[in-house]
Design a protein around this ligand. Sequence first.
Ligand code: XBP
Ligand code: MG
Length: 259
Amino acid sequence: MRELRALLFDVDGTLADTERDGHRVAFNQAFDEAGLDWNWSVEVYGELLTVTGGKERIRYFIENHHPSLPSQNDLEGFIAGLHQRKTYFYTNALKQGLIPLRPGVLRLLQEARKAGLALGISTTTTPENVAALLEAGIGPEALGWFGVIAAGDVVPAKKPAPDIYTYAMDRLGLPPRACVAFEDSGHGVRSAADAGIATVVVTVNGYTREQDFSKATLVVDGFGEPDAPCALLAGRMNGSGYVDLSLVHGLHAAAREDV
Ligand code: XBP
Ligand code: MG
């Protein structure tokens, strides 16, 4: 199978710019509600993003920053409870429309659907967060557009491990050479590329821009739109100013020739 059959999307940073003003704020709201004097600044959050997964990120913070902690004998349960409240605050922000999809996302999804390509999600974030983002950004019908939504704890080893991409492809019944992945971070590129998938990076913010994208096929600063082109950061766009299906087909074909 040499032809392109599916587009696989990361969520945080790729479909929407969620981290600094979305996840970070929700973590702080959960800490505040629990009476903790923890506050993740924009700068500290940059360090914490080296750990993927919200529960894993809280545990890393406790173990490495040694914040004040109420005495309890079930650290895992304590973290899970905090994280559940963080998910509540985050999905609430999405429902209020505070975090829009990035320009070009809806256009590309619609183009792929029209062409009969399968769509998939491969993300570290919690499934409720994916559903809330798609419902708020597109509508409830958007959940049915995806042949697989691979999210959160469905695989034990989160990105940069390739498992979440391998899981999504197993569910779609497709091999890596039939897919193209969209990512925004160094961890994400490693995950998709190590799963054997040609990867486009649509990096967006100060947290990710300087990361290692050497395994990516193309690096741009957004999907771009016909009237608002994206900037090319690495690779080739052959004169195109935005990421559309014909560009993706070309990248896929070129990447397959390299294999
Ligand atoms: C995203 C993440 C996520 C979110 C938080 O990484 O690391 O953990 O920050 O989501 P990627 P949860 O974009 O590479 O998937 O708190 O729901 O885990
Ligand atoms: Mg991401």
